[in-house]
Design a protein around this ligand. Sequence first.
Ligand code: GUN
Ligand code: FE
Length: 421
Amino acid sequence: MQGLYAIEGNLAFAPALGELTTIPRGYIIVEDGIVRDVCKRLPSGLSPEVISYGDAIITPSFCDLHLHAPQFPMLGTGMDLQLLEWLSTYTFPLEARFVDTAYAQRVYRKLARALVRRGTTRVCMFSSIHREATLVLMRELERAGITGYVGKVNMDRNGPKDVLESTEQSVEETRRFLDECGQYAHLKPLLTPRFVPSCTDALMQQLGDIAREYPDVRIQSHLSENMEEIAWVKELSPDCAQYWQVYEKFGLFKPHTLMAHCVYSDEAERAAMKRAGVWVVHCPDSNTNVASGIAPIRKMLQEGMQVAMGSDIAGGAKLSMTDVAAEAIRVSKLRWLFSDKKEDFLTVAEAFYLITTAGQAYFGAQPGFGEGEPLHAVVFDDSRFVHEPKKSLQERLERLIYLSNPSDIIAVYSEGKKAAL
Ligand code: GUN
Ligand code: FE
């Protein structure tokens, strides 16, 4: 929306880890899509058009920093296997279908819409190995109003023929992808070596060369998700004492590199990540579904690591980041129990921080509604719930994290524009 306007409602945001700010019946003043002020009252002398959402709750929209777009058709199925068998039985055969760009377009249009419907406006996403389908994915995300980063996946070993590329092809297609994706205003490319078992040293080496050539292009991959996977990486890279060292050896372990999972990252691996400026993406729903384990998220936060959250569909079955936040809290309570109550569990305010402020920081955005930045916000109508006895805004936010569904979302703003739901 152009011009000056204000949206009115109950505002809630996480200024820092564990902190929650609420502004009952407050205003976000927006000019040409940019947040000018977040306030309790409209300043005198200013008379913007007011879009009132009444008693609804307005929060920053959500960030999903790890998900696999081509796995959307298998959402909620195939949960009876662990990671490596799950990949070869269900995931790779499905991803092979994305050689068909018409199929990709149908799936990705639905995915983009499903994300907006759930209030997710910023993403870091894996596509498949297919360059053309990856460009289709970016087009569909952009059309729906979603912003962020998308990677064409690299894989040149340990999979069926139809999801593998030769090393040369993989490098060539990645370079073409980087050249061709400049047309999207709000979506940028990422380098995406799938994980060590999928990429030969020669491929990793050349992706490292590309990373040096394009220092602004970020990297995403997987790290220490599952015990069998970790043992396999040791066999494949006997010269590296720890999993992370394979990425580091090839220049792929850098500031802003995203590593999904890190369930079994020990103190040394965590320290290496912190030193390198690498981000952990915690994917609790996926880690439970494919029985990987429970990541030491409390320790990571205490150690000052950069942590954000991902749905990791379709290992994760929940696309909604409020659901993922609730899962993070639940599994952290199991970890608390199994650690003899030594590792604290996550609070609601912390989980809310991880799906908003932490993710926003990855995109260079400030906490909350980010004054001076394009508006990213989601509006929840929670009137279907029982509000007597009277609930505080904190309690209402907690309930949205545990119980909201997409039909509670009545408006989503992304990059300063109202998105079509
Ligand atoms: N490791 C390598 N590929 C994948 C994937 O598609 N999903 C998950 N959860 N882990 C992976
Ligand atoms: Fe993943």
